[in-house]
Design a protein around this ligand. Structure first.
Ligand code: PSU
Ligand code: MN
Length: 324
């Protein structure tokens, strides 16, 4: 019953051409788009998508709520409209309201409405069971693409986990980037992962990856053409794959490599000892690292996210200008 229901639901969750709000999804009531985002998309006003796994599985309450609202403000301060994306009562929401964000952030401490971490494979289940969910990068890209949002800012990309040759753990973020044309602005894959293998996988999946120079050098002038153009070229060529823009963390909020490597090694050992795997592993490792750095890694993470959100807004602006 549930499976059939899921399959039916999936069939009703159509793929929509980018950069257009299709009547299909508006009328099928599986995705709800806020008025502000609808208008922005219709008027070619720059929009930046924001994920919600960081709210549900990345940060604790109340930091998750403070952060989610603050990062929206960062996008606005940099000239774009933020669209926080998630699932509410089994519906995909693009442009969550302050009330919805608050509800989601508070729900993490309530066993009765504990949010699900929603990647591509979780969508049918969340729709049919009408669950509350925080979308991963993959989940957020899917919804962003369905409504025509081209730019999405986040913290760290999911990737190939260390030991993947044994545990086969490769984030669905990577295959999503290979199939969904959204530009993801991030600080690269986190060092809890196997970065070299992640890059290999992205190459296989055909994902365009670029990196910016450090903030404060030549970004402002250099930024404009170099940010919007790759995504635009991608869409002009109709490649139908995603792009990754890596923004290195500003030096003042970065942690030393040796220090963080030691902490990660410890967290990995602990995960192994406790038998943590699957979708729990990323939140577990990030949580363990926050604990053993006394919140330093968290500050760094939140700092990246704001920095990336500001970049995302600038890219969205450039892209909007190219579309005029
Ligand atoms: N990496 C981080 N912080 C995060 C995540 C990844 O440094 O919060 C989250 C993102 O939402 C990402 C997801 O999409 O974890 C990947 O999870 P998994 O490895 O289970 O696919
Ligand atoms: Mn995984």
């Amino acid at each position: 019953m549930t499976l059939i229901h899921s399959l039916r639901t999936l069939r009703r969750f159509p793929r929509v051409a980018p950069a257009s709000i299709s009547k299909r999804y508006i009328s099928n009531n599986l995705i709800s788009v806020s008025e502000e985002i609808k208008q922005a998309l219709n008027n070619n006003t720059p929009v930046v998508a924001l994920e919600s796994t960081v709210i549900t599985h990345g940060l604790k309450y109340p930091e998750n709520l403070e952060f989610a609202l603050a990062v929206e403000q960062t996008v606005r301060d940099n000239g774009a409209i933020p669209a926080t994306i998630g699932f509410f009562e089994g519906k995909g929401v693009v442009g969550a309201s302050k009330e919805q964000i608050t509800y989601l952030a508070e729900a993490i401490n309530d066993p009765e409405r504990k949010p699900t971490k929603v990647s591509r494979r979780d969508i049918p289940h969340v729709l049919s069971k009408k669950l509350l969910g925080g979308t991963t990068i993959a989940g957020t890209m899917i919804l962003a693409n369905k409504v025509g949002i081209d730019v999405f800012a986040t913290g760290g990309l999911g990737g190939v986990h260390r030991g993947a040759e044994i545990n086969f753990d490769i984030s669905a973020d990577l295959s999503e980037l290979g199939r969904t044309p959204v530009g993801v602005v991030c600080s690269g894959p986190k060092s809890i992962l196997d970065i070299a293998k992640t890059m290999e996988y992205l190459e296989t999946a055909g994902v365009h990856v670029s990196t910016y120079g450090p903030k404060g050098t030549n970004i402002p002038g250099f930024f404009a053409p170099d940010s919007g153009v790759p995504v635009y070229a991608n869409s002009q060529f109709n490649l139908q794959s995603g792009s990754v823009f890596c923004v290195p963390a500003p030096a003042e909020i970065s942690l030393s490599r040796d220090f963080i490597d030691g902490v990660i090694a410890e967290a990995l050992l602990e995960a192994n000892k406790q038998g943590i795997s699957g979708k729990e592993i990323t939140p577990f490792l990030l949580g363990a690292i926050i604990k053993s750095t006394n919140g330093e890694s968290l500050k760094c993470n939140v700092g990246f996210l704001h920095n990336n959100a500001a970049f995302g807004a600038k890219i969205a602006k450039e892209l909007a200008a190219l579309k005029v």
